[in-house]
Write a protein that binds this ligand. Structure first.
Ligand SMILES: *Cc1c(COP(=O)(O)O)cnc(C)c1O
Length: 454
């Protein structure tokens, strides 16, 4: 730690770094938390303070930090080659990883296309779906159906199929038009209905759009089971299966964005496996390297892949690629991640932790300003409201979610809210004792922020 001059780091951070999704005016007025190292699920700052990584370093970490399987995989690969391109040639980790991904993916998915970030992999999915129909002799199928409150990343194509007004509004003139179906947001049902008597009417809205416009629709894109950035909104069971059926009926591709839900986060390796649904295109990212390095994948069926085969001069090639696609160090880290899943029986052990978590979360429902508590596996949203009866939200200016995060930080827990929704998304490898601490600290922080009590 003595290597660092902490005062200089603080000064240079403010002087030279522009942080993502951060109001820098506010950031500049505070002392930054500088994470220097980590142990298991604890992040440790330059002053030696320890924090539970309550949102998995923004939803990416899986087994905790400094996992021997991933550390070693990276070290070994570095001694061979740091990077070589996947354009026209290949490398061992990229090949092995593709094989292992296909083994764990829902059956029917056959081909792995690598990119770096989740948003890039979403762009790939959209362009593939678009070009697929061009090759299939249906050039009018160019439009996309997406959901209100959906989030697929911050590049222009990904924002176009997003449904979070706050992010959407600023860039509206740059975005392409889509068909928007309602969110599967039961607590604030956009159709004014109640589950289960609604018979999942929100899925029928997707069906209605397809019935009317399927001849010009290339694909439906959505986050299966949890709209993460939209506020950890959890779909009712059966929703996904219905949407799959509508896509089949109307000859429209289904793109599932599992960038957030993938790699065990919902309790199964992939969220679509809760309903035995296979998408035509599956998008993976975030947890793929266990939270170490940027790597994403767009995984497709044989049918989609085959539509791009042809003689060179037919120009059916998929004209898209990123410089670091299939980077061998990133792929080695991802292989280490999958090895750790097996070695630590991560998914098997998760069941008990989810049960514990769900039991602990019951307590929150009694809090005066907790309107809704929802989760699918290790993705938790606790929605704070000013008034429980009317579900009236806190005004944004009160920054209630942030106040909770601030109190939690004082007790050694790092979380990051989504507006009025307090988010918990710990690493899957978290020990029960730390999970218990995370929940208890969060409970106290909510009580303190909303009721002014300790
Ligand atoms: C985070 C996220 C993305 C974007 O991934 P980046 O790596 O941040 O570009 C896309 N889709 C979903 C569902 C996400 O949660």
């Amino acid at each position: 730690m003595d290597k660092y001059d902490i005062k200089k780091l603080e000064q240079y951070d403010i002087e030279f770094v522009w942080h993502p999704f951060t109001q820098m005016k506010e950031y500049e007025s505070k002392k930054p938390i500088i994470i220097e190292r980590a142990e298991g699920v604890y992040l440790i700052d330059t002053e030696g303070r320890r924090y539970i990584d309550g949102v998995s370093s923004l939803w990416v970490n899986i087994h905790g930090h400094r996992v021997p399987e991933i550390d070693d995989a990276i070290k070994e690969q570095v001694q061979k080659v740091g990077h070589s391109t996947l354009l026209g040639i290949t490398n061992p980790p990229a090949v092995e990883l593709a094989k292992e991904l296909i083994d764990i993916c829902p059956s029917g998915l056959k081909k792995v296309f690598y990119s770096g970030d989740g948003a890039s992999a979403v762009e790939v999915a959209l362009k593939m779906a678009f070009q697929y129909w061009q090759h299939k002799g249906k050039p009018n199928k160019t439009k996309f159906v997406c959901l209100e409150n959906g989030y697929h990343g911050d590049t222009i194509g990904a924002v176009s199929v997003g449904g979070i007004d706050l992010f959407h509004a600023a860039f509206k003139p740059l975005l392409f038009k889509t068909y928007k179906a309602p969110s599967y947001y039961c607590y604030r049902c956009p159709l004014g209905k109640t589950y289960p008597s609604c018979n999942i009417a929100c899925s029928e809205e997707v069906g209605k759009i397809l019935e009317k416009h399927h001849e010009e629709i290339a694909a439906v894109i959505l986050e299966p089971y949890v709209q993460a950035a939209g506020g950890m909104i959890v779909s009712p069971p059966g929703y996904l299966r219905r949407v799959r059926e509508y896509c089949d009926k109307y000859n429209v591709l289904l793109i599932l964005d599992e960038v957030a839900t993938g790699f065990g986060r919902t309790g199964k390796m992939f969220a679509c496996q809760h309903e035995d649904v296979t998408p035509d295109i599956l998008v993976l990212g975030k947890g793929m390297t266990g939270g170490y390095l940027p790597l994403s994948a767009t995984i497709t069926t044989q049918d989609i892949y085959d539509a791009f085969l042809g003689d060179y001069e037919e120009f059916k090639t998929f004209f898209h690629g990123h410089s670091y696609a299939g980077n061998p160090i990133c792929c080695a880290a991802a292989l280490g991640n999958l090895k750790a899943f097996k070695r630590y029986k991560t998914l098997e052990k998760l069941k008990e932790k989810i049960e514990f978590l769900e039991q602990e979360l019951q307590e929150f429902r009694g809090l005066k300003h907790v309107g809704d508590v929802r989760n699918k596996g290790f993705m938790v949203g606790i929605e704070l409201v000013e008034d429980k009866e009317s579900k009236k939200p806190y005004p944004p200016g009160m920054k209630m979610g942030w106040r909770v995060a601030e109190f939690a930080m004082q007790e050694g827990v790092l979380i990051r809210p989504l507006g009025n929704v307090v988010v918990l998304m710990p690493p899957l490898g978290i020990p029960i004792e730390d999970l218990s601490k995370l929940v208890k600290v969060t409970y106290r922080a909510i009580k303190r922020a909303t009721e002014g009590e300790v």
